[in-house]
Ligand binder design. Structure first.
Ligand code: HEC
Length: 142
């Protein structure tokens, strides 16, 4: 049984030690971020694509990096899964894209806007997410 002063010492030393571990892990994570996100690839197109992504509330239906809503497909690996031409056609389509039933908003984007969004989705797909999304991928067979 610890005495009161031993218990206090145990608490203080434990708190300091694990705060140190927490800080060290935080710094370690922050240091790895530029490499994991390929920070050098964040071009003006990628930035514009992200603004379009946010302005249009794509996350109201989709998830990216697992964040968002579950109405429509996860888009982290959409570039790899669908390719550029498919995504451009879908973003520029004047009518709702819905080969599988649920409707994607008809944004009728300009080519420039579509290219920016594609650059953003491509960049997102190259981020090292420590294995997310897990296999099997959502590769379509039809
Ligand atoms: C109202 C909900 C909704 C919103 C908002 C929405 N989408 Fe979609 N999106 C869908 C649905 C549903 C599909 C699947 C359509 C199908 O294949 O039948 C889809 C498909 C896609 C696909 C193809 C994914 C795949 O694997 O086939 C991409 C890329 C995409 N959307 C990008 C976007 C972007 C970028 C935005 C914002 C600018 C956006 N979506 C906003 C509903 C939405």
């Amino acid at each position: 049984m610890l005495s009161k002063s031993q218990a206090r010492l145990f608490f203080v030393v434990g708190t300091i030690f694990f705060s140190g571990v927490f800080l060290w892990l935080t710094v370690d994570t922050l240091n790895k971020m530029p490499a994991q996100t390929n920070a050098q690839n964040i071009s003006p197109e990628v930035n514009r694509g992200k603004v379009i992504w946010e302005d249009n509330n794509c996350m109201g239906c989709h998830t990216l990096f697992g964040e968002g809503a579950y109405y429509a497909p996860e888009l982290t690996k959409a570039y790899e899964r669908r390719g550029e031409a498919y995504i451009r056609a879908l973003l520029m389509s004047p009518t709702p894209w819905s080969p599988q039933g649920r409707k994607m908003v008809a944004y009728a984007m300009t080519e420039q806007e579509a290219n920016d969004v594609i650059a953003f989705i491509k960049w997102a797909g190259e981020v090292d997410l420590n294995g997310f999304p897990a296999e099997p991928t959502l590769k379509q067979t039809n």
